[in-house]
Design a protein. Sequence first.
Length: 196
Amino acid sequence: MSATEPATILVVDDEPDVADAYAAQLESEYIVSTAYGGQEALDNIDDAVDVVLLDRRMPGISGDEVLAKIRERDLQIRVAMVTAVDPDFDIIEMPFDDYVIKPVSRDDLFETIDRLLACSDYEQKLRRYYALAAKHATLAANKPESELQNSEQFQQLEAEMNETRDALDDTISEFDDDDFAAAFRDLDQETGTPTE
């Protein structure tokens, strides 16, 4: 998803009427496609997809299996389980970003997607900030202060770093606990840090 084009959403449900109803509600804001089963979902999932709304209980390949395959492929996709399956303790180990119980209203769908997209945006900004801060720290440790002050490139680096930090602060001020968990899921997996 770029800043100028809408996010791409994949709706996965083995009940075509349900998948089509969700898609119809979302197409005014997003690029939406549907899959009516686990295998069809796996065939349609690639880097172009930003968010998957995934039914859990489907014949053949279940939503749980689709979720596991998405994570095995290391795709940077946010996944919300949208399901009638009441949550049990097994969800603790499942690497989804949100769990929404059916029936789901139009507002619920939009709020879930907006939250997951905000988390993705935050993660991208955080990675960008870290890269800028690493460059800044390396130059600050290895160049004399006078050279840093006279470098237009270094001044631009500082300005971009400060703008990115301010954007992170703005985003984080709107987060709740669920947003934090979703935003840092991928970072936790990469570093091996357990989530609480």
